[in-house]
Design a protein around this ligand. Structure first.
Ligand code: GAR
Length: 193
């Protein structure tokens, strides 16, 4: 059987993209075809290259273009698009071309602390300021509205009063590394069956 083809979109450090690349590295069922980044100097660009994955760097204008991403993904026969810390809005045309095939990870328990402008450390600062005793991650399909697509899975962690936003972020990254690749694989298996 032909492997399911993934494209990973990432804008930053790329710890999630890296854990997905490593998870599927030796599995014949899935192929990570390319990593797309809208930032040429993002650490993920070098990371993916050193892991032997093709990298596509594009401009924010190209991300906003209604046909660029559709054509790119179709040209590579991509089956699933995984947003691993990708901070630009996905154009509706791509969402319509890939219904329930674009998966995002968000570092909070949505619907809390989601929406435009809520990413990375900002999320954990808001969680801290609100005095939450737990936080977590949400893995969901991408819809036309930021962080509002149907949820696939959520995972929780406790937060103590003394945890700083940085420490909350570390706990969240740990959850992401543990669960994101497994949930992606489960979704793909559902598609194959
Ligand atoms: C991750 O925590 C991810 O959940 C978050 O950005 C971080 C990227 O880290 N995504 C969002 O905030 C999306 N709204 P990484 O570059 O090390 O994977």
């Amino acid at each position: 059987m032909k492997p399911i083809k993934l494209a990973l979109f990432a804008s930053g450090t790329g710890s999630n993209a890296e854990s997905i690349i490593r998870y599927f590295e030796h599995k014949s069922t899935v192929e990570v075809v390319f990593v797309l980044s809208n930032k040429v100097h993002a650490p993920i660009v070098e990371k993916a290259t050193s892991l032997g994955v093709h990298v596509v760097v594009c401009s924010n204008q190209e991300v906003e273009d209604t046909s660029y991403l559709v054509q790119l993904c179709q040209a590579h026969q991509i089956d699933y698009i995984i947003l691993a810390g990708f901070l630009r809005k996905i154009p509706d045309t791509l969402i319509q071309t890939y219904p329930e095939k674009i998966i995002n990870i968000h570092p909070s328990l949505l619907p809390k602390y989601g929406g435009a402008g809520m990413y990375g450390l900002k999320v954990h600062q808001a969680v801290k300021e609100a005095g939450e005793t737990e936080s977590g991650i949400t893995i969901h399909y991408v819809s036309e509205h930021f962080d509002e697509g149907q949820r696939i899975a959520q995972f929780y962690t406790t937060i103590s009063e003394t945890d700083s936003p940085d420490e909350i972020q570390q706990k969240i990254h740990q959850l992401e590394r543990t669960y994101f690749p497994i949930v992606v694989e489960k979704e793909i298996n559902r598609f194959i069956q």
